[in-house]
Design a protein around this ligand. Sequence first.
Ligand code: PLP
Length: 410
Amino acid sequence: MDALKLREDFPILFQTVNDEPLVYLDNAATTQKPKQVLDVLKHYYELDNANVHRGVHTLAERATADYEAAREKVRHFINAKENAEVLFTRGTTTGLNWVARGLGEKIVKKGDRIVISQMEHHSNIVPWQELAHKVGAELVYIDLTVEGELDLVDAKKKITSHTKIVSIAHASNVMGVINPIEQLSALAHEVGAVMVVDGAQSAPHMALDVQALDADFYAFSGHKMCGPTGIGVLYGKRQWLEVMDPVEFGGEMIDFVYHDHSTWAELPYKFEAGTPNIAGGIALGAAIDYLEAIGMDEIHAYEQALVEYVLPKLLAIDGVTVYGPSDPEKHTGVIAFNIDGLHPHDLATALDMEGVAVRAGHHCAQPLLKYLAVQSTARASFYFYNTKEDADRLIEAIHATKEFFGHGFI
Ligand code: PLP
């Protein structure tokens, strides 16, 4: 994998910020888009724009064919059995909400359990909280080990026969830790629970096989994997999608509309009410082509090598705390850290002055930060177009910041 060559596909990376060459390390929030994806968006609007699934004219047929071809690309990318199991959404958040509302409200009853973990993003907490409040269920959190990994012993204790849904991130957006989804699926299925996976931070970074994971649902976002905003995917096993109700109603998702009731279209259309994000779907297909041409295993290995390179340098800085496992094998390219006596917002602002973009805050994971007993952290998140030079610039900028704020002096 030639990161320097790949960078050339990302025009946005070649700019200066505060008179310094940009180092973009906020990829967990959103990734940049290659020319190949931008070109597809432009091409679609310049030549093919039409509504899908309804017109018989040439443009409508072209738009429909391209949109459905993108669905097939997603199917292949995640190894779903059939295209009917691939639902286009607005993103991970929408997908998780659909499952909580459309299926959760049907199968979770008073006194039942919904099991999540201490490391979830708000998108994989709040929909379940709402469901639990509505039906009178219990929301239970699997604890973490001291290293910041999901504690499988605790998982075994908490996934009881009362559990109806287990919903876990495949990779943490804060600590970068990768969770053992296959083992969790097995635990969930032993008690007849539905296994939902938040794949927002994994789908962009590693090869996926939803069948091998035995996930019942798998949600992810296009914008975190070189695609546009406003498009995402919810994979669901046919057996559950047939039980699950749509949560949005209107055009496109119906079979027949009578004066007093309606019947639903076949899968996957029963969930996709209204005009979809056609350009977004087609461009997500282009993003998948782009990622697959590089190779998901190559991307994963490259990011782990970057973490292996930068983590020791980060840990060697006086006063640095890194959250999550120190073993790069257990990591995606996401690293959360703090520096004694320096507020993460001040750190992120100072790094920006050096052209280095990182995130600071609670990363939409307030319960996790409470669990870790910190208010906020800085977070550097790498993607395949980042280089060792970017990692060095981060480390140098941290040293410069420490000196500026009076640290590092004896
Ligand atoms: N889950 C995780 C782990 C995330 O990192 C994010 C976004 O940062 C989300 C869910 C929500 O994704 P979106 O805002 O694209 O719906």
